[in-house]
Write a protein that binds this ligand. Sequence first.
Ligand SMILES: CC(C)(COP(=O)(O)OP(=O)(O)OC[C@H]1O[C@@H](n2cnc3c(N)ncnc32)[C@H](O)[C@@H]1OP(=O)(O)O)[C@@H](O)C(=O)NCCC(=O)NCCS
Length: 156
Amino acid sequence: MLSLERDPANLPFITPWERTQHEAAIRFPDFRHFIVEAGPDLDAAGFLILIGCRSQNLSLELKRMVVRSKGQGHGRAALRVAKKVAFDDLGAHRFWLDVKKRNTGARALYESEGFVLEGELRESVKVEGGFESLFVMSMLATEFAQRRAAAQELRA
Ligand SMILES: CC(C)(COP(=O)(O)OP(=O)(O)OC[C@H]1O[C@@H](n2cnc3c(N)ncnc32)[C@H](O)[C@@H]1OP(=O)(O)O)[C@@H](O)C(=O)NCCC(=O)NCCS
């Protein structure tokens, strides 16, 4: 996870955590790390982090998703499983995320997987040379159910 986060291909789009942050998050029941496995030998192909797994508001956040080999469908497949885990297993009412405005690839993925744009957090991330804006996107349990009824989601 640490090396993936620091990979120059990913760094522009995420804010890497220190090892101790990951270690603390793994021990904290509200947070869950998942390893994305792919290929015939189920090699580690990436990871994602959910936050709010014990949220009183049933509001879960997809905190981070990174895959190693891009453009091979791993991100979409992982996101579909993440939605299933969030709504089916963890009882989410709302599943949300933020994504850098300039991360057009990830935004296209989230939009095509049914996430609705809620708004823009303007210039909310300090980066070298200035600030970047975030888009907040979400899906509600009712929307997930509608998508599932339309065979757009993994089966229960
Ligand atoms: C975002 C990320 C997880 C997507 O995973 P992926 O395996 O590369 O994506 P997929 O192959 O499943 O593609 C899914 C969709 O994403 C979009 N997409 C992915 N890469 C894209 C690119 N370079 N340009 C435009 N759209 C892109 C497309 O809509 C694509 O759908 P399509 O193949 O039907 O056109 C991955 O690219 C990644 O790890 N990026 C760096 C970290 C990051 O940005 N994480 C998300 C923010 S937290």
